[in-house]
Design a binder for this molecule. Sequence first.
Ligand SMILES: C[S@@+](CC[C@H](N)C(=O)[O-])C[C@H]1O[C@@H](n2cnc3c(N)ncnc32)[C@H](O)[C@@H]1O
Length: 281
Amino acid sequence: MKVADAICDATKRLRAAGVDAPRRDARLLLADAMGVAHPALLDAGSHLSVTESARFVDKLVRREAREPVARIRGSREFWGMEFALSDATLDPRPDTETLIEAALAAFPDAPPQRILDLGTGSGCILCALLREWPTATGVGIDLSEAAVATARQNAQHLGLAGRAEFVVGDWNDAVGARYDLVVSNPPYVRSSDIDALEPEVATFDPRLALDGGADGLDAYRRITPLLSRLLAHGGVAAVEVGLGQAEEVGRLLARSGLDPVTVRTDLSGIPRALVGRFDRA
Ligand SMILES: C[S@@+](CC[C@H](N)C(=O)[O-])C[C@H]1O[C@@H](n2cnc3c(N)ncnc32)[C@H](O)[C@@H]1O
């Protein structure tokens, strides 16, 4: 079959399955199946080999079942770096790059030396920050052993393993050392909202990475009281929030002694990251 025909057929199948951008995804999956670095490099007139056809059909069937392209390909680009994914990791979102920008902006002069990432998942936040600050070291903690294994693998591939430590544990287990920067993108979806999300999220992102309890704020209620024991004098906490959560999470941060608390919006203008500084008396 010709590349152009394969894309055309696949686009129809993906459209029928309710996929949002069927042609884009068909091209991405075909490029992946043919080992082509970018869909723009596909040659519309060339033919798929039998093996490439079989690989493409396999990927197409997975996408028809609404598995995200990044999971089918096995990796996601975040902050210009490739992160391997596993069933236990959230598929990192572009919105989370707002949290990276907010953290970077909080240290305009001297970079932080010690960073803690609560709920590290694929390790994307910690690795992005370590890449930006070459003298910093960091700890990523996650309740999921499998996610921590993926985060370690990512740090290794990115050449950051010497400065990144990953620990299996609960938020509470992080207490014991002090950090210049604590970052977190915790689970923040209301439990009752999860099943109504797009299948790409509801079926394929781990529930542990999504479920924020009845009002979505459980993780913030647990994390914010720990901050005064986790932050060094003048240290900064930066957390991602979901739609409509900035005000309440801002209050929780302020109640934990962070002052001032500032908000950074994402590309859609939605308040996405909160940053607070801790000045111990
Ligand atoms: C929204 S995901 C964020 C993952 C990654 N930081 C990112 O931004 O893509 C939240 C992460 O918190 C972890 N998590 C949930 N509850 C936890 C807890 N009590 N202690 C530690 N980690 C937890 C989940 O396993 C998940 O990896």
